[in-house]
Design a protein around this ligand. Sequence first.
Ligand code: ZN
Length: 270
Amino acid sequence: MRYVILRDDDTNALTPPECLEQLYRPFLERGLPVNLAAIPNVRTDVRTLDGRPEGFLFARNGDTPRTLPLGSSQQLVRYLRDNPGYHLAQHGYHHDPAEFDREDREEIRRRLELGTKLLTEAGFPPPETFVAPHDKFSPASFAEVAARFRVISTGWFELRRLPLTWWPRYALKKLTRRPHWRAGKTLLLSHPGCLLSCHRPVEGMFARVREAVESRELTVLVTHWWEYFRTRGKLDERLAQELWRLADFLAIHPSIKTLAFGELPGPGRP
Ligand SMILES: [Zn+2]
């Protein structure tokens, strides 16, 4: 049996629910779980690491407050809660660039705890999975996140970003070429890059996704909902078709199971 986890990043209080609905209805109606890495308290003027406005803020306008908790969009919260196929992971706090690439433990803890508080206050179960903005962690962040979350999902792992006490297990992971590993009770999952993306050629996109899924036991597939709506909120049908082909494939393939992060086995779970 092979396993797939579909992770969509950057859902925030400015995400129009109809965008998620258009993209993910084919998954939800086939009973395939969709993991949303959600920003607890988005900073609405945030920019990317190279200074461009973040694409997930396209619905903002002149009156938008500087920060917005996820729960401030009643429409979005209702939509997500009405569709139990969505599972929320915590994606940073404000989504400041590199907000978890810092050493100040107190500030790291504050952002982690406030983020979880805002997601639970909005009516969601406490998140068990953490995704850092732009996959940027410091050693202190990895340690603080692992103390609070059962799963960390990120692009890749680098020795210099890991707590010293994790180094021996990291060496073993490298030696055995395992994509995923464990630090204490926390599962550490890597992914093969954002294969479903507007930054890659549409031609052959689904074939590359399929190849990734068929070449390892557990594949985390990462995409970003807003990349499908880059032209004034209008759906990019060609890109979406590649995503929907994945839904068809996962639904009919007898030896591939699609999981929510929460369904992964671990301490205290079968
Ligand atoms: Zn993000």
